[in-house]
Design a protein around this ligand. Structure first.
Ligand SMILES: Nc1nc2c(ncn2[C@@H]2O[C@H](COP(=O)(O)OP(=O)(O)OP(=O)(O)O)[C@@H](O)[C@H]2O)c(=O)[nH]1
Ligand SMILES: [Mg+2]
Length: 535
């Protein structure tokens, strides 16, 4: 268990004002739309883009890849920093599709809280459940946003019950919806006794907010028709009796989630959710590491890489490591120790991810997410410190479950293809194996859509049309052990042997039986389905 900050001394104000969180959900619940509205209310952009709209100007900021723009789905997590009131938000929009969950799971190691988005008509969906369980393993506080209330949605009590039962977490309503679908008027803010009305005329404007003295305030009747008002009073009374009251400690421990109702596309409910994150959300938390955990208020700077992305922006053709700062006050130009290689790196061009662009980060504090452009030295899981040999733990590595052959459309471009594939392997976007016999490459991923993303990116970023084809192999195991045992394994199984992008030996096979056979015939060789990322 980590020591939470609740008993710890107060953090320096610059750190205490940081809120670093991920937005998670089943595909299509509205994460990217919500992210866009966060940026709008944070004053980072003037007009929100839409996930499905024509014309460049209306694109969202977090779906930056061509394929995301074309299809209207997110395939990669993206970070954004902006101010809201006197808080600094570091937000990560994640992909909902399970084919890309590796990226989402890793993102969850770099944040202090999660905003779980639920579609009001659909309730708790399969991917929500899985992501929730990952949050639970990490004791992450969760704030819930029930989206799409402008559509016909389920009964409010039913939604809350479903979350309580399926996810085994207490739910407290932070707001209560008034009507639904076409009759959705807005919400009663249960935490501040306010009436929040939705502005249907202008989707990008914040609706009206009316301060009230409880549910009996006569002002309510001026805005809510009698029948809806009666229902509201009845439901809120029931909710107050039956559901737990808000309790910040329980939120921070991950046993209670407050739920806000709204409509991201109509900019409704977003400001209240942001206020909730600011007011109640966790400050930067200690980070698990060996041989000791890292506390955010330590004066020395530490950070770790949770994502690597190449060619993020055609304007800056390079590779950027996303680094979560775990402690200290970072300043541009600092020299940090790259613990894995024990080399000193001078961090001269760190970037902050702003709404539409990257900007040089002159400084950053524990809790922030910064980008460090590099030429491949920084890998997922790497720790940076001011000299101490610390290693952040808990960043997951996934076994490649699907294998395909990858060939360049033009056979003369095979060297070129190798370069592109190695780049993606180092980015963590795929596992790439070079078989000992025969040419070509075998690419391993977790979900089939990842092949499409790779093909599209290789073509766009390297100008290289490629084909993915069925491979004779279906699974890969990394082989480790004494050199002579590995040599023997290689010599008698040449047609099954490949090397990965680090030159490590991999055993490829179609049958579990083969794996059992190796374990029997080569007892000194250890076969593993994932490769430890941090050496
Ligand atoms: N009616 C309605 N539609 C919404 C609302 N919010 C988002 N949508 C629509 O729902 C669709 C999915 O929204 P996204 O924001 O891309 O969802 P996402 O969760 O980011 O999806 P993935 O990243 O692919 O998992 C889009 O067509 C949005 O315009 C809402 O409040 N009301
Ligand atoms: Mg999205």
């Amino acid at each position: 268990m980590l020591d939470k900050t609740s008993n710890a001394p107060a953090l320096p104000p610059e750190i205490a004002r940081r809120r670093t969180f991920a937005i998670i959900s089943h595909p299509d619940a509205g994460k990217t739309t919500l992210t866009e509205k966060f940026l709008l209310f944070g004053g980072a952009i003037q007009m929100a883009g839409q996930v499905r709209a024509k014309g460049e100007a209306r694109r969202t900021r977090s779906d930056f890849m061509q394929m995301e723009k074309d299809r209207g789905i997110s395939v990669s997590a993206s970070a954004m920093s902006f101010d809201f009131k006197h808080f600094r938000f570091n937000l990560v929009d994640t992909p909902g599709h399970s084919d890309f969950s590796e990226d989402t799971y890793r993102t969850l190691t770099a944040v202090d809280a999660a905003v779980m988005v639920i579609d009001g008509a659909k309730g708790v969906e399969s991917q929500t459940q899985k992501l929730f369980e990952v949050c639970r393993l990490r004791d992450l506080p969760i704030l819930t946003f029930c989206n799409k209330m402008d559509r016909e949605s389920r009964d409010t009590f039913e939604i809350i019950d479903e979350i309580q039962e399926n996810l085994a977490i207490d739910v407290t309503p932070a707001s209560w919806p008034i009507g639904m679908g076409r009759d959705f008027l807005g919400c009663y803010d249960m935490l501040h006794d306010r009436l929040e009305l939705m502005n249907r005329a202008d989707r990008n404007k914040i609706g009206e907010s009316i301060r009230l003295n409880g549910l009996d305030d006569p002002k309510l009747a001026e805005h809510v028709p009698p029948a809806q008002l009666a229902t509201l009073r009845e439901e809120v009374a029931m909710a107050r009796e039956l559901l737990p009251a808000f309790d910040r400690e329980a939120l921070l421990e991950g046993t209670l989630t407050p739920i806000w109702f709204g409509s991201a596309i109509n900019s409704f409910g977003v400001k209240e959710l942001m206020e909730g994150i600011a007011e109640f959300g966790p400050e930067p938390q200690p980070q698990r590491a060996v041989p000791r955990q890292i506390s955010p208020d330590e004066t020395k700077v530490t950070g770790f890489v949770f994502k690597v992305q190449a060619n993020m922006d055609p304007k800056h053709r390079d590779r950027v490591a996303f680094v979560r700062l775990a402690s200290g006050h970072f300043e541009r130009g600092m020299k940090l120790t790259h613990v894995r290689s024990k080399k000193i790196m001078s961090i001269s061009n760190p970037v902050m991810f702003l709404a539409s662009d990257r900007e040089l980060a002159e400084e950053a504090w524990a809790g922030d997410i910064i980008g460090i452009p590099n030429h491949g030295q920084l890998r997922i899981g790497d720790t940076l410190t001011e000299g101490e040999a610390l290693r952040v733990t808990g960043i997951p590595s996934f076994a490649p479950e699907l294998l395909q052959n990858c060939r360049a459309g033009d056979p003369l471009k095979s060297k070129h293809l190798e370069k592109a594939l190695m780049q993606f392997a180092e980015e963590g976007a795929a596992k790439v194996f070079k078989p000992m016999l025969g040419g070509g490459f075998i690419v391993g991923v977790v979900g089939p859509l990842q092949f499409e993303v790779l093909a599209s990116r290789i073509e766009l970023e390297y100008g290289l049309p490629v084909r993915f084809e069925q491979s004779q192999f279906t699974s890969a195991r990394w082989a480790s052990g004494p050199d002579d045992a590995i040599d023997k394994l290689i010599n008698v199984n040449k047609s099954h042997i490949a090397t990965d992008n680090d030159g490590d030996t991999v055993f490829l096979t179609r049958l579990q039986w083969d794996i059992d056979r190796i374990e029997r015939d080569h007892p000194q060789v250890k076969l593993t389905a994932t490769k430890e990322m941090m050496v």
